[in-house]
Every structure is written in C-alpha cells, then in structure tokens.
Write a protein that binds this ligand. Sequence first.
Ligand code: CP3
Length: 371
Amino acid sequence: MSLKNDLILRVARGEKTERTPVWLMRQAGRILPEYRTIRNSVSGFKELVETPELAAQVTIQPVDILDVDAAIIFSDILVIPEAMGLTYEMVEKKGPHFPETINSQTDLLKVEVADPDRLGYVYKAIEITKNELNGRVPIIGFAGAPWTIFSYMVEGGGSKTFSKARRLLYTDAGMADQLLEMITESTTGYLKRQIQAGADMVQIFDSWAGVLPPDHYTRFSLRYISKICDAISEVPLTVFAKGAWWAMEEMNKLNCQTVGLDWNMNPEEAKRQLPNKTLQGNLDPCALYGDNDAIKTAVKKMLHTFKGHPYIANLGHGVYPDTDPGKVKYFIQSVKELSLSSSFPQPEAPWQKRVYNKNADNPLIFKSYSR
Ligand code: CP3
C-alpha cells in the first residue's frame, strides 16, 4: 500500500521535503475526550491495549482530530516485561505497578526471553490500523529501551530516584547485564514483528536515561540500544533518550536514522554533535499551556533553531494529560504553515546525497551502510 503522506519517512532518510513533518509523543489517549469515551467502555487500560479493534481506533483518533503526520500504535512499553513473565497493573490515576519485581539472581528465574507470539494483539492492532488508515500516514511502532524496562522490572513502578535499579549496577552488574540482555532480545523480536505487521518506522523510548551517570549510560543503556539498532534494518529507527544530553556524540554512532531530543537539550549542540542524524523534538510540553500567539512564536523559534538540518517537529517529551487539544491542534497547524514558508526549507542531508539516491527504491538496502 503506497503512502499518501510519507513526509516523516523521507525526512528520517534525510531527503528534502516540502515541509516539516509533525507528530506528538503520547498523542494517543491522554488528552482526547474521544479516547476517554472508548476507554470508559472497557474495564481498564489493559483491556484497551489487548483489544486490537479498539487499540486501532484510538491510534487513528489523533490522525483524524489533530491532523498529525504519523500514527503511533496504541500500546505501552510495559507489554515487554509482561511477555517476559512479569505482569503489571495499571492503577487508575497512579500509573503502573508490578506485584513482582526482579532484584536478585534468583529473581531472574521468574522471567524468560519473551516469545514474540505472546504479543499478537499488538501486531493485530497494527494490521487493523494499517488497513483503516489506508495509506493516509505512516504508523510508528515502539518499545521501551532496555534500561527503562529494566528500571520498571526492578522498581516495580515509577520512582523519584530509581535508586533500586541504579544500585544493582554497582552491586550486581553481572545480574543486571543478564536481565538487560534478556530484555534486549525480547525487544528486538518484538520490534521485528511490529515491522512485519506494518509499522513503517519504530521508536525506542529511553524515558529514564537521565537518571544514569554518563559512564553507566554508555555501559548499561547505549550498549543494549546499539544492539537493537544493529538488528533492525528494515525501517527507519528513532532513539529518544530523555535527559541524556551528554550522550549526543555517542548517539551519532548508533545505527539509527533519527535521534529525539528533550527540551533541555540544546538544538545547536545537537546539530553539531549529531551531524549524521535526523533530529526530532523538542518543544517544552508546557509551551502548550500558553496562548496561541505564544505557541506560534515558540514554533517559529524552534523551526529557526533546527534550520538547515533534517528535522521532525515534536515536543521534548509526551504531551501532558491536561493539555487543551485545541492548543495541540494549533501547534500542529503552526508547524505545517510556518515550515511551508521559504524561511524554513527542509535541507537535503549530506549523507542523502552520498548514499540514498543510489538505493532510494530499495528499502531493504536502506541501512546497508553506516552513516
Ligand atoms: O500516543 C502514544 O504514544 C500511545 C501509546 C503509548 C502509551 N504509553 C499509552 C499509555 C506510548 C508510546 C507509551 C509509552 C510509555 N509508557 C512510556 C515511554 C514514553 C514516556 O512517556 O516516557 C512510559 C514510561 C510508559 C509507562 C506508563 N504507561 C506510565 C508511567 C503510565 C501512567 C501515566 C500516563 O498516563 O502516562 C502509563 C499508562 C498509559 N500508557 C496511558 C496511555 C494512554 C494512560 C492510561 C489510561 O488510559 O488510564
């Protein structure tokens, strides 16, 4: 099925496009009353995630309502620990909770490398979404980064400090590596199946990257992200490591196409340290609490700072649940309108000239080189 709007894929490949593509992390659910209606018709979040027809419906809602340039499949990063044997509960107004956690070598016996077949409901939701979107926009598949998933499995939920997860890196690095390796293998198989089901690009969320010191980040997070990047060559891949501003230079070496930036990251530094990557981000989600004029000014400033680099507009993290959908719409519209103007042309990336022109029609040899 050919895509009517493939802007985001072309920019990820470093191609020149007519305008800047835009979507929002966590655009499905959260802010939309239309989501709440469907959510209230089922017993809870997990039933929604595990019912492919409904998951597809809420995936498409932001495409219809907000007019974004990509759909992100409605699911959660926590389906991986569950498929590995550690179930979670989504506690209303509180967030995820794991009744069982992994804190020692013997705890490792509770989990195994996930059989990708256990996540059939996600692939089915992608297939239905693909069918229903009928090529309107690409579908983004996703997974959590091994370090972020590890944190949930060790802590049993969110945490202010992640001190249990971080402690293990000092007290039992061998055990930490074993669990990280199992998560990495599970995640690779899972992403491959999402791609087979129809995901046009995939994103790895390392939401808790910023709690690690830089040397541990390299050793316990990037190392495993890098393995996933090396294993996924079918579609463009984005790595979003929230808080890891000090890792940009190393991330330039990852075998991925796009790097996501949070709002603390400096776009000028990112352009300098990530010359081989398309950049994505990075408006402060709180900017959407401002009035329309302020949003437009912020968008203009953002487009200006990323000027001259292949770029996908987004927020610097997921949209906050109490954001007015009208403001989100205005943000999206502003990116579209302003980036069409000749002041903010999408450039052709230097690496595009070198490699892609030759292989443009063959997605399978898409990453047969290293940027
Ligand atoms: O638009 C999308 O991005 C849809 C899919 C999506 C969800 N979660 C749905 C969801 C994605 C990509 C995620 C990723 C996710 N989940 C991350 C990484 C991104 C990030 O924000 O850093 C993390 C850390 C989680 C774990 C998680 N899931 C938490 C902490 C919570 C509770 C708080 C909240 O509302 O986000 C969830 C629940 C969750 N995941 C909801 C949704 C729509 C809300 C559940 C509900 O409807 O009650």
